[in-house]
Design a protein around this ligand. Structure first.
Ligand code: SF4
Length: 241
């Protein structure tokens, strides 16, 4: 059984084409800007069988076209890697495109097996600088970078996702360092810059949590252009999402 926070039909944001997106409950990070803080708590969620999710995918197959398919996101979906294996096996047996949106902090034998049934990884690298990563997410980034190297060894297709938080993750030198790290990864097809937004702030109030980035403004066009120009030196395709 998978513990699911919510399901999005006909999603166009999390991977190629039109997709069924399954947001799983539970995350091992606590990012200051998390837009879905209600997915962090590991307990709870609604129980779904793999079969019920495959049936949703079958129903939506006419909309997927040549590129679409199923994405698991969260929360951190790899916390439920063992239960995702049968789901992804079934999806691949029926010819669906499969995609995982992950913070890359978990690399167990289960995760390695799951990756064999995964067409594309959306790898969220929150920060290249270890201490700034710790400050932003509550966790170190060593595991995420090791995960990236493992995906490179496996030649697994990857899109990198990078949230551009003014004053936190838009330092020019840091972005060059991340670019230099990614430049060595031939399997990285794309980098998506995700502009910082505050759409999830009301959820913090509902949870009784402080939103610590209250004073951080959204990105200026100049900041987004600067980030795009820097990353374009290292990655073949860069988009602002
Ligand atoms: S990794 Fe994603 S789901 Fe987890 S806290 Fe960070 S932004 Fe939220």
């Amino acid at each position: 059984m998978l513990r699911v926070h919510s399901v999005e039909s006909l999603g166009t944001f999390d991977g190629p084409g039109i997709r069924l997106v399954i947001f799983l409950q539970g995350c091992n990070f606590k990012c200051l800007y998390c837009a879905n803080p209600d997915t962090i708590e590991c307990l709870g969620g609604i129980h779904y069988t793999a079969e019920s999710i495959v049936q949703m995918a079958r129903n939506q197959r006419p909309f997927f076209g040549a590129r679409g398919g199923v994405t698991v996101s969260g929360g951190e979906p790899l916390m439920q890697a063992r239960d995702l294996i049968p789901l992804f096996k079934m999806l691949k047996d029926e010819g669906f495109n499969t995609c995982i949106d992950t913070n890359g902090s978990i690399l167990t034998a289960d995760v390695k097996l799951l990756l064999e049934y995964t067409d594309l990884v959306l790898l969220d690298i929150k920060h290249i600088h270890p201490e700034k990563h710790q400050m932003l997410t509550g966790m170190a980034n060593g595991r995420t970078l090791s995960f990236a190297r493992y995906l490179q060894e496996q030649n697994k297709p990857v899109w990198i996702r990078y949230v551009l938080v003014p004053g936190y993750s838009n330092d020019v030198q840091d972005m060059h360092h991340l670019g230099e790290f990614l430049e060595k990864m031939d399997n990285v097809q794309k980098l998506e810059i995700q502009p910082y937004h505050k759409l999830g702030v009301h959820k913090y109030e509902a949870l009784g949590w402080d939103y610590q980035l209250e004073d951080v403004p959204t990105n200026t066009a100049e900041q987004l252009n600067e980030a795009r120009d820097i990353f374009a030196k290292y990655v073949r395709e860069v988009v602002v999402n």
